[in-house]
Design a protein around this ligand. Structure first.
Ligand code: ADP
Length: 234
């Protein structure tokens, strides 16, 4: 198995004025290529902070974060921008689509700057949006908007797809469809897919489960037989 990333004594401290909050308190972890990772934890545990560090959206305060052999904790602002552009696809709870662009244009925006990007129309078709390519976000359901955002992440052809509560704004069945689509990216396309959620039922679908509690890793385990999302109820 190929190691995709490794965190070594990772600390993240937020400072605002006199106040310091240690959101991540020195954690160690390792994630392999092609894994479906579920990061579980209660609100305020530090899940989003961890995901943002992995995604190069924020700076590590202490420690190392080795991704593809490079320590991104040592990156300059410019290097982090390139890292985000080339290595990471993001899927957010509220989709983060540009309202004035069509589905296709939203995907193109992410692929424009990447040489080995996939064809936006083909990717939108693969997520079931063949008939919605020229629709604007306001003309799409929540589930469809999330499909566009997944297509945007996939089309970049990055190795890592990071998802922060990707089903948080969706109904139960639609949420399951979105999770199936994300699981497929790991299983069929060998992407490293990391899903942050507070829904502990999703533990069963993970190849690799990491439970975060109070800025620390409380549990880090592998699932020999992860379940298909359609067989999980909550
Ligand atoms: P989770 O995603 O598990 O809900 P977060 O990573 O958002 O948790 O937050 C972890 C801790 O860090 C919380 O105490 C939160 O208030 C704090 N925190 C998160 N982001 C910031 C920030 N930008 N500035 C200051 N404190 C923050």
């Amino acid at each position: 198995m190929e190691v995709m990333m490794q965190g070594l004594n990772v600390v993240k401290e937020y400072v605002s004025g006199e106040l310091k909050v240690k959101a991540i308190k020195g954690i160690n972890f390792s994630i392999n290529k092609g894994e479906l990772v579920v990061i579980l934890g209660q609100s305020g545990a530090g899940k989003s902070t961890l995901l943002n560090l992995i995604g190069g959206m924020d700076y590590v305060t202490e420690g190392s974060l080795i991704v593809g052999g490079n320590d991104i904790a040592k990156y300059s602002t410019k290097e982090l921008i390139n890292y985000r552009r080339n290595n990471i696809g993001f899927v957010f709870q509220f989709y983060n689509l540009m309202p004035n662009l069509t589905a296709k244009e939203n995907v193109e925006l992410a692929t424009e700057l990447k040489k080995d990007a996939l064809d936006p129309i083909e990717v939108l078709t693969s997520v079931g949006l063949k008939n919605k390519i020229d629709s604007f976000p306001s003309q799409l359901s929540g589930g469809e908007q999330q499909r566009v955002s997944i297509a945007r992440a996939i089309a970049k052809n990055a190795d890592i797809i990071l998802c922060d509560e990707p089903t948080g704004a969706l109904d139960y069945e639609t949420g399951k469809e979105i999770l199936a689509l994300l699981a497929k990216q790991a299983k069929e396309f060998n992407k490293t897919v990391i899903i942050v959620t507070h829904n502990s039922a999703l533990a069963e679908m993970a190849d690799h489960l990491i439970r975060v509690k109070n800025g620390l890793i409380a549990l880090d385990e592998y699932n020999e037989n992860p379940k298909d999302i359609k067989d999980i109820e909550w």
